[in-house]
Design a protein around this ligand. Structure first.
Ligand code: 5AD
Ligand code: FES
Length: 352
């Protein structure tokens, strides 16, 4: 193990902060021993704030229409081979009901940036779910909208919002997205969301095309400073109908190391072991939890649309029923000595 790296990791473990250069040094000088030690420190904070509990959120992918054209994403506007679908308010409500029966007390409504759903539509969906299940905590993940819209959704009952920042480096952002998308605007959205009172989820892809260790260090610094309630990270995985079809996918190890560092940086953070991590490595989600993650987000979408919500190739769990995934996850989680719990899954220390 590189001794300077070990010293930096110990410093991070007590101070929860490093400089940009120090984060980069850790990333550049990691070996298995350092990664194991980082995971051990991460598990310490995970145990302190969450015990052996793993939270679950039900993901309802309600539309794969998207006005954007991100170079990495399979549901980008220009992908003519993507079969598009939208779920009606009734179909979404049905998913939420099923989720409730299966023990979810929090769901995520995720979709492409589909302006066919007006603010009123979104608000009506939120109100209908809250009317049926007052104790269901609803997360939105529908991309960039106006502050006034975000305020309306909050009023209608949404309490969390996931909007990955994608990368903290505006230069890399410009390589991953067409010029019509603005890094600054995305950051402004995140600030608005936090300001309105949402529990906010940020996040980024690991080893996206052109990403350097300095870029990743910038992401870690951003998490340290912005302190999102949740941080969703997973490896970049290529999709054959995108401009990045021929790019290499990210690796599980790099993702796991980042998960551990994020847990150490912000011990209370909600940290999902993502489907992308489970796709790149058959035991990715278990390894993610052992590296410090404490959230799983199984798919609650109707099975007949799942294959159409393909952000990257070979996505897992597109053929299974939700109940099957829950049972599968229960087995996976208990195999490593953790347990899935039925609750709203708030961040430790979160004040309502
Ligand atoms: N590989 C991995 N993650 C992806 N996402 C989109 N496309 C890919 C891909 N090809 C992530 C983005 C987005 C989230 C919903 O999924 O970070 O914010
Ligand atoms: Fe879906 Fe295992 S979690 S099949």
């Amino acid at each position: 193990m590189d001794l300077n790296a070990r010293e930096l990791l110990d410093k991070l473990n007590t101070e929860h902060s490093l400089s940009l250069e120090e984060y980069q040094y850790l990333l550049d000088n990691r070996d298995q021993e350092l990664m194991d030690l980082a995971a051990e420190y991460a598990r310490g904070f995970q145990a302190k704030h969450y015990g052996k509990q793993v939270f679950i959120r039900g993901l309802i992918e309600f539309t794969n229409f998207c006005r954007n054209n991100c170079y990495y994403c399979g549901i980008r506007r220009d992908n003519r081979d993507c079969e598009r679908y939208r779920l009606s308010e009734d179909a979404i409500l049905e998913c939420a009901n099923l989720g409730y029966e299966l023990g979810f007390r929090t769901i995520v409504l995720q979709g492409g940036e589909d302006m066919a759903y007006s603010d009123d539509d979104i608000c009506n969906i939120l109100k209908a779910i809250k009317a049926a299940h007052p104790d269901m905590v609803i997360t939105l993940s529908i991309g960039e909208r106006d502050r006034a819209s975000y305020e309306a959704y909050f009023k209608a009952g949404a309490r969390r919002f996931l909007l990955r920042h994608e990368t903290a480096n505006p230069k890399l952002y410009a390589k991953l997205h067409p010029a019509e998308l603005s890094w600054q605007h995305r950051m402004d959205c995140l600030k608005d969301l936090k300001d309105i009172g949402y529990q906010v989820g940020a996040g980024f892809m690991v080893e996206s095309p052109g990403q350097t260790s300095k870029d990743l260090a910038m992401d870690l610094k951003f998490i340290e400073e912005f302190k999102p309630d949740m941080c969703g990270i997973g490896p970049f995985i290529s999709h054959k109908q995108t401009p990045f079809a021929k790019e290499d996918s990210g690796k599980a190890d790099t993702t796991l190391f980042c998960l551990s560092l994020i847990r150490i940086i912000y011990p209370e953070v909600l940290l999902p072991a993502t489907t992308a991590l489970g796709t790149i490595d058959a035991k990715g989600r278990e390894k993610g939890i052992l590296a410090g993650a404490n959230v799983l987000m199984p798919n609650l979408s109707p099975t007949n649309v799942r294959k159409k919500y393909t952000l990257y190739d070979n996505k897992i769990c597109t053929g299974e029923e939700t109940a099957e995934c829950i049972n599968c996850l229960k087995g996976r989680v208990s195999s490593i000595g953790y347990e899935i719990v039925v609750n709203a899954g708030n961040r430790a220390g979160f004040e309502k």
